[in-house]
Ligand binder design. Structure first.
Ligand SMILES: C[S@@+](CC[C@H](N)C(=O)[O-])C[C@H]1O[C@@H](n2cnc3c(N)ncnc32)[C@H](O)[C@@H]1O
Length: 261
């Protein structure tokens, strides 16, 4: 047996990603930046959705809904939501959270090959999915296929591979706080080595930016794109976060990109 066979799983990367998120499902909402509390932060996340998608009721597909936090933003705007994820454990949390709501359907499926009918959605929304795609070009062609002509794709994501210069200083200060007050076990905790292992294998493992994403979306057939700032969301988060989490809002460059079919 060599070192490689010890350190690498003998199953497909996508299975490893699914297993990783399934294990994180129970505590996902406890890690800063995942749960969207009511108030200014909720309003800040919801604003780009309201402004870019158009007036309800639209047929919206949310890809990688996870525990259903972004699902709530879209549903509360009055849209019909199909919320999809490939982790049954994540979906179970979302289903419990949103039990009894109409205009909401959950689907267990792969976002890169949804098996949903073509041309039926007015909009697709995803937060923190694109960076973890294993076959992004195919996924973008699939999403283009699912949208009606003129439909919108709204992506919330970030460059999780490279902290900004200010982010490196913020990370240093977070490590000092971890030493003084103890680590935050919910912030990736013991799974972070596994996270790093997955990152190394991903097409966007070296970073995801809107500069990189925009031409790929054009290549998949998307037309006009609009770049939106994530800064109002981070500012809203800092209004209620503790010091360690305020620093966390500075570590990575995040972006919002909207592309029209
Ligand atoms: C970082 S979490 C984000 C969850 C949610 N979008 C949010 O922002 O709260 C990533 C989610 O993507 C899902 N995911 C990753 N790759 C996927 C794929 N190919 N198909 C469907 N879901 C996927 C995971 O199961 C997990 O729920």
């Amino acid at each position: 047996m060599n070192d490689t066979s010890l350190s690498r799983p003998n199953f497909h990367l996508k299975e490893e990603i699914r297993d990783y998120w399934s294990k994180r499902s129970e505590t996902f909402d406890l890690a800063f930046g995942h749960r969207i509390p009511p108030g200014p932060e909720f309003a800040a996340w919801q604003r780009p959705i309201r402004e870019q998608l158009g007036t309800a009721p639209l047929k919206v597909l949310e890809l990688a809904c996870g525990t259903g936090e972004v699902t709530r933003l879209i549903h509360d705007l009055g849209h019909d939501v199909t919320a999809l994820d490939f982790s049954e454990a994540m979906l179970a949390v979302a289903r419990t959270k949103h039990a009894g709501k109409d205009r909401l359907r959950f689907v267990l499926a792969d976002a890169e090959d949804t098996r949903e009918p073509a041309g039926v959605y007015d909009a697709i929304v995803c937060r923190h999915l694109v960076w973890t795609l294993t076959a992004p070009e195919e996924a973008f062609r699939e999403w283009h296929r699912l949208l009606k002509p003129g439909g919108k794709l709204l992506v919330f994501d970030g460059d999780w591979a490279k902290p900004t210069r200010l982010g490196r200083l913020a990370s240093f200060l977070i490590r000092q706080l971890d030493r003084i007050i103890g680590p935050d076990n919910h912030y990736d905790g013991a799974l972070s080595d596994r996270h790093a292992g997955i990152m190394r294998e991903l097409p966007f493992g070296h970073g995801l930016t809107s500069d990189r994403l925009e031409p790929m979306l054009k290549q998949a057939g998307f037309g006009h794109t609009v770049r939106l700032s994530h800064a109002p969301i981070a500012a809203a988060q800092r209004r209620t976060a503790n010091l360690r989490n305020r620093l966390r809002t500075l570590v990575y460059r995040r972006f919002i990109l909207c592309a029209a079919r």
